[in-house]
Design a protein around this ligand. Structure first.
Ligand SMILES: *Cc1c(COP(=O)(O)O)cnc(C)c1O
Length: 427
């Protein structure tokens, strides 16, 4: 039987994680299903950033680098994120953007392979990986005379790893389909082939339980403004396995990654451990906001942490799929995310042969915020409508109401109106 709206309300009433939603400021007239692109605003953030501006910057001025602990923030917030991804304290640092961190870790991993296995010159990734990952990997390959080998389907990955492979670069949860990789199996396959495994956790950190150590990752990067709720353009994070972290320099050898920046010596000597993956002066305001965002996830620890959040996320995406298939049947939608819980991240993607962009615009006008991702005409990937669920604040009734709005948009055909068919700059 298809769940009713009352069934959804009953699930929310019985949900032990429901109180976590009060940590966020959410507009009352909106159902927000885009936390996978930009996490919602935590209630604590505005006051924390205001206090930082007024007291620490305004009054403390430059002394706050020491007295307010500004310089320690990248590692302190990194330790909190480490708890979410299966890493140990001191192994993860917040710095720069995901794109920049990708360059650092790919470069470092390449140097390690150049020392150990110089004949290996291929980076294996997926054609459907997020473009910045492919662009950065391509730059690195060009810089060092390597090549990028892109597979079409995840099933093709093991066979693409071979004696020529230096690195495997994968995004753990695909940004379009929400399909999840088995990190343990693929890292083991990379290692068996003699390659290193580099993981992008942009759509995983704060969304699904992660175990970087147990699952054999060599390097990882991740995003601060998606499920970590750090705010627009929040700094990203970077992790290197302890066996690799001191072996090589990362390429962006700025002074903040120096062993002793304030000795101002002309020669570069990298800091011990992951601190060397910093480059320039940290963005303190942005770090304070990210700190508040990460705290909203740590608040779930007494309630079961990432495992409990994952269980709720799966319940929400299951409900979404069941409702779309029951209530929007006959409107040309098909499921573009895995139906099997084990392979689905925290989003539901739907495919439709036409009108995807306009349908998302019509939904936004009705207060349901998802997003649209255009297909890749050459790669066989179609357009998708993407709906992210964020178990910290998405309710079962939000899913029910969102699907009802989707049903109405499709049944009325209102998405065909010209006002829903004007492309915007950011989608
Ligand atoms: C969101 C996302 C990024 C973002 O990179 P920025 O440097 O923050 O722009 C990178 N990779 C993946 C897989 C993403 O999903």
């Amino acid at each position: 039987m298809t769940p009713s709206r009352d069934d959804a309300l009953a699930l929310d009433a019985a949900d032990p994680l429901a109180p976590l939603r009060a940590q966020f400021t959410l507009p009352a007239d909106r159902i927000y299903l885009d936390g996978n692109s930009l996490g919602a605003l935590p209630r604590a953030t505005a006051a924390r950033v205001q206090q930082l501006i007024t007291d620490e910057w305004g009054q403390g001025l430059i002394g706050s680098w020491n007295t307010a602990g500004w310089m320690a923030l990248p590692l302190r917030v990194g330790d909190k994120i480490a708890r979410l991804v299966g890493a140990n304290p001191g192994e993860l640092v917040v710095a720069d953007s995901t794109s920049v961190n990708l360059y650092k870790v790919l470069h470092a991993a390449w140097q390690i392979q150049r020392a150990d296995a110089p004949a290996r010159r291929v980076i294996v990734s997926e054609r459907s990986n997020f473009p910045t990952d492919l662009y950065i990997a391509d730059s690195l390959a060009r810089e060092f005379g390597g090549t990028l080998r892109l597979v079409q389907a995840p099933e093709d990955l093991p066979a693409a790893l071979g004696q020529d492979t230096a690195l495997m670069l994968l995004t753990h949860v695909n940004y379009r389909s929400g399909r999840l990789h088995d990190m343990a199996t693929l890292s083991a396959a990379a290692h068996a082939a003699g390659a290193l495994a580099v993981w992008d956790l942009a759509h995983s950190a704060g969304a699904v339980p992660l175990a970087l150590h147990d699952d054999g990752a060599d390097f990882a990067v991740g995003c601060g403004y998606k499920y970590l709720n750090g705010g627009p353009g929040a700094p990203a994070f970077v992790w290197a396995h302890p066996r690799h972290v001191q072996r090589v320099r990362q390429p962006l050898s700025g002074w903040i990654g120096h062993a002793a920046p304030f000795t101002f010596t002309p020669g570069y000597e990298p800091a011990a451990g992951i601190a060397r993956y910093q480059c320039g002066t940290p963005s303190v305001l942005a770090l304070a906001a990210l700190d508040c965002g990460v705290d909203t996830l740590l608040a779930a620890e007494p309630l079961g942490g990432m495992r409990a959040l994952r269980a709720k996320s799966l319940a929400l995406t299951r409900l979404f799929i069941a409702l779309v298939e029951a209530r929007c049947a006959g409107h040309g939608l098909s499921l573009a995310s895995p139906r099997d819980d084990d392979w689905r991240g925290s989003q539901v993607s739907l495919a439709r042969s036409e009108g995807g962009y306009a349908i998302v615009q019509a939904l936004i006008a009705r207060g349901v915020v998802g997003d649209f991702r255009a297909g890749d005409a050459t790669g066989g990937l179609g357009d998708i409508l993407r709906f992210g669920v964020t178990p910290l604040y998405t309710r079962h009734v939000d899913v029910w109401d969102a699907v009802e709005q989707l049903r109405q948009v499709l049944a009325s055909g209102e998405w065909r109106e010209p006002r829903f068919n004007q492309p915007a700059a950011v989608t």
